[in-house]
Design a binder for this molecule. Sequence first.
Ligand SMILES: [Zn+2]
Length: 293
Amino acid sequence: MADIAHDTGFVEIADRCWVARFEFLDVNVGLVGGDRGLLVVDTQASEVEARRVVGLVESLGVGEVVEVLNTHEHFDHTFGNVVFAERYDGPPIHAHEDAAAGLAQTGPALQRDAAGDDTDPHLSDIAATRILLPTETFSSAKAVDLGDRLVEMIHPGRGHTGGDAVLRVGDADLLFAGDLVEESTVRHGVPGYGTDCYPMEWPGTLDLLIGLLTAHSVVVPGHGLPVGKDFVEEQRSAIGVVAETIRDLASRGVAARDALAQAQWPYPADELANAVRRGYEHLPRTSKTLPLI
Ligand SMILES: [Zn+2]
């Protein structure tokens, strides 16, 4: 797989498919080119960061941005939307419908937290960003015609968030996976189990995603280096173990607060607090307690 250094601009990893990798959060921005122009996958964490991305698109010199996709609602994938809208005269900004609704709900609160925190210089940029919501939403899948190639935006199910989307570039055997797949070492290789994750559904979502891959597919995660199908299968298996362990503990009557200490986990337990809390919440009521009485 391609080794892409941080902050060095867009690297072409397949026919007219580029990735730029940034040191801040190890986040990726993707670019897909067609006759009609460019589709940007994710827009970075703030207006300041997005202006850097626009500069990199312009120095690449392969065309104008005509479509934008947010793979999910998180700020590091959406907060640059306004910069692309203004620079490129309002291209459609696509997202899953739950990602658009989620950004509207959680974006302003995240900015209030960032405004009161001076531990990282990026936070003031995040707080000052004008949030622009996606303009075009879809519920399961949508194709976009870039002229000489068709790309597909697909919601394979919930996992990292409720509104995860992937972009499939079939003719290049390439998939931008958003944070459903994470290679980055920022969180010690642990997938992003945040406060809004769906740990019990994530394995099935990855099964659908894996069904879109061939042995030669390139998968671009939301954070970290591009990977192959083997990597995604391994991550799916670990995410599946997390879900099965939660199910097993709950069925044996172990309380959520004791779960992390009561089992072996495929990831460091202190990274799984949200996974366990959310997993217990999402289990059907009947599987949480033994039918003793
Ligand atoms: Zn995310």
